[in-house]
Design a protein around this ligand. Structure first.
Ligand code: GAF
Length: 392
């Protein structure tokens, strides 16, 4: 649903009904199990999860929903109605262990998750629907993995601790789509809390709930609607560079590094790019804790300043921004009521998060629509609960 360039969530009840109707029409029976998992937006702590630092994401009211049931055969049939074209995959339940990545690309998230589900799966039919924007850096992939996993829990009755669930879904993403992601997306998608962001310690995997009660301010998410290809090799490269810095310092990860260590890296003749990545990570870990602290104190001015700093660091040191995201932040920084803005997610396209006064949101949108060269869309971040099952 799109009004004035604003994307509104379809709503759980409507998505569930769509999925159930499609299931009945396709498989000729009523579904018996249903699960959902949301998209997410990261407030700060970017390119930090794989360095074992702090991240601060929130789950969104956009969801991926799966309904289905056993079919008394040994065939697994999954129909996706994401996007405007239906697409179905089928494979024998006896060959789950032999599943391999391949086309269509959405099926990798499904197959990877089924292959990593700890309990044997019997033949089933399922339908997937979603209103999580795809390719926007809002974690449609983690939403799909965690939704599939939660659906399998509902179907089989095999329950698992949500941290383990997040880890298995992360493993699925490493093995099938082949993205060496950190734990942030699967964690927040599995464990998000309504009206809260989670300050996740990616080392201990413990999280603190931070109420996102912003008074007369809101977090606006602006989708640049660009996705640069070429990103395939960039993400693993950043991860490797951060690990190289940690290795040079004799540390398991950059979590343990301090600002002074940058001098040590220079002294060790470390590659310049590696030092830039390390500087981003070390400073961003501090910024993330400080944003959580400032939110608790209700010091939104400080939160905004840290958002801008984070963006410049991602753009200049980590080099994961792109002209369109930089342009959006530049436009936004001069709009009244904007306290801070930064790119969010993996980068090279996707979205900007902006902390802005509620009564200036329309003004901000106008400024963006008039000045941004692309086609922006907007959504308001209203934090949602993480994955859950639904009674049918
Ligand atoms: C992507 C990854 F999947 C996350 O693990 C995280 O590293 C993020 O990029 C950057 O913060 O979403």
């Amino acid at each position: 649903i799109c009004m004035n360039n604003e994307i509104l969530p379809v709503g759980t009840a409507t998505l569930l009904r769509q999925a159930c109707d499609k299931y009945v029409a396709t498989f000729g029976r009523e579904p018996v199990a249903a699960a959902s998992a949301p998209g997410r937006v990261n407030l700060i702590g970017e390119h930090i999860d794989y360095c074992e630092g702090y991240v601060l994401p929130a789950a969104l009211p956009f969801e991926t929903i799966i309904v289905g049931g056993y079919n008394n055969t040994d065939s697994c049939n999954v129909l996706s109605v994401m996007g405007n074209k239906d697409s179905q995959i089928s494979f024998p339940s006896t060959e789950v262990a032999e599943l391999k990545p391949g086309l269509p690309s959405w099926s990798n998230y499904v197959k990877g998750t089924i292959a990593n589900f700890p309990d044997p799966v019997k033949g089933f039919d399922a339908v997937i629907v979603s209103d999580v924007p795809v390719g926007a850096g809002l974690s449609s992939s983690a939403a799909l993995e965690v939704a599939v996993f939660t659906f399998l829990e509902a179907l089989t009755g095999y329950k698992i601790d949500p941290i383990q669930k997040a880890k298995l879904c992360q493993k699925a993403e490493h093995e099938f789509p082949g993205v060496p992601c950190g734990i942030m997306d699967q964690y927040i998608v599995a464990m998000g809390k309504k009206n809260h962001a989670l300050l996740i310690d990616c080392q201990s995997l413990q999280a603190t709930q931070i109420p996102l009660d912003l008074g007369d301010h809101v977090i606006l998410v602006t989708n640049s609607n660009v996705k640069h290809e070429l990103t395939g090799s960039e993400y693993p490269q950043r991860r490797a560079q951060c690990q190289e810095a940690a290795d040079k310092l004799g540390l398991p990860s950059l979590r343990g590094a301090k600002i002074e260590d940058l001098e040590e890296l220079k002294r060790l003749n470390c590659n310049k790019l590696v030092i830039m990545r390390a500087q981003h990570v070390i400073e961003e870990i501090y910024r993330t804790s400080e944003v959580a602290e400032s939110l608790r104190r209700n010091d939104l001015d400080r939160v905004g300043k840290l958002f801008f700093q984070s963006h410049y660091s991602l753009s200049k040191l980590m080099e994961v921004s792109c002209p369109e995201l930089d342009e959006l932040v530049e436009i936004m920084k001069d709009v009244p009521g904007v306290l801070g803005a930064r790119m969010t997610g993996g980068g090279f396209g996707g979205c900007v998060v902006t902390l802005v006064k509620k009564d200036q949101v329309d003004n901000l949108k106008r400024a963006v629509v008039e000045n941004y060269k692309g086609n922006p869309t907007f959504l308001i971040c209203q934090p949602n609960d993480g994955a859950r099952t639904h009674k049918l």
